[in-house]
Design a protein around this ligand. Structure first.
Ligand code: G
Ligand code: G
Ligand code: MN
Ligand code: NA
Length: 250
């Protein structure tokens, strides 16, 4: 478990690195984008998972400069990729602290200008727990959408948001949590197709997370799920590995 001091030093010494997990359009097999996932490349301990430091970062406020770094790096690297792969979009995970912070919209505009990436190539992943105060969430999301970025609801189905408010939230995509993709022929069968239909009924795209097998891919295609992400296609990849993957899949 890291300390605030260690996280600050890691940021200064540029020890954080982004991995990218490809997102695949199921009916064409095309890569539509990738989710940026942070790792800490520790000089002695090697690659450290975000589970080991994101909660400390959130408790200490270090999540603010860390995620600013994440967005800047994701935008810079995606800007480079757009030269060869012009339709890609990069997703970054927001923390509740940023979502609630009025200055975040302003900071985002500056980061987009600084990196020169067109806003519609940046997707912000939020979670249901950020939208529990629905009226407030609608206001924040409208401000974010007015910039031109897209919004995805991450880990959908595991949180507490009321379904009745889902239609009122200006989101572009539902990311179905991987727990609903697993054991497709068991009890999950009742839920996965229902979430896909729900998403389509409210006019948003649906992406299935944690897809690991060919059988799951076939099932999702049959249920008209739009996109998928998971080990079946690729694990989170280094930037260099992502470039190789993109070259092989277009
Ligand atoms: O691939 P993985 O082990 O990286 O992700 C673990 C968890 O850490 C996921 O729930 C993911 O949403 C979260 N996470 C990964 N990168 C970031 C980041 O840049 N910011 C925030 N806030 N969370 C992240
Ligand atoms: O942001 P989110 O909580 O969705 O973070 C994605 C997490 O899921 C990361 O920790 C990533 O490494 C992990 N992951 C990605 N693909 C798969 C998969 O196919 N199976 C499983 N079990 N985990 C996955
Ligand atoms: Mn995510
Ligand atoms: Na998720």
């Amino acid at each position: 478990i890291a300390t605030e001091q260690e996280l600050r030093r890691a940021l200064e010494r540029e020890e954080f690195v982004l991995y990218y997990q490809p997102q695949i359009q199921l009916d064409t097999g095309m890569v539509t984008g990738m989710e940026a996932l942070i790792r800490w490349n520790h000089p002695e301990k090697g690659l450290i998972s975000p589970y080991a430091f994101i909660s400390v970062a959130e408790q200490t406020g270090m999540i603010i400069p860390i995620n600013e770094w994440v967005i800047r790096m994701a935008c810079q690297q995606t800007k480079q990729l757009l030269k060869d792969f012009p339709n890609l979009s990069v997703s970054v995970n927001l923390s509740p602290y940023e979502f609630e912070n009025r200055r975040f919209v302003h900071k985002l505009v500056k980061l987009l200008e600084e990196t020169g990436i067109p806003p519609h190539h940046l997707d912000l992943e939020i979670t249901e727990r950020m939208t529990m105060d629905t009226e407030k969430a609608i206001a924040i999301l409208k401000r974010l959408k007015s910039i031109g970025v897209t919004i995805s609801m991450d880990d959908f189905g595991t949180g507490y948001s009321s379904l009745s408010y889902l239609t009122a939230l200006p989101i572009d995509r539902l990311k179905i949590d991987r727990s609903f993709v697993r054991n497709i022929h068991g009890k999950k069968e009742a839920i996965l197709p229902a979430i896909i239909r729900l998403g389509h009924n409210i006019g948003v795209k649906v992406l299935a997370e944690g897809v690991e097998t060919e059988e799951e891919v076939a099932y999702l295609k049959d249920k008209h799920c739009d996109e998928a992400q998971g080990y079946y296609f690729a694990p989170p990849l280094s930037y260099e590995e992502l470039i190789v993957f993109l070259c092989e899949h277009h």
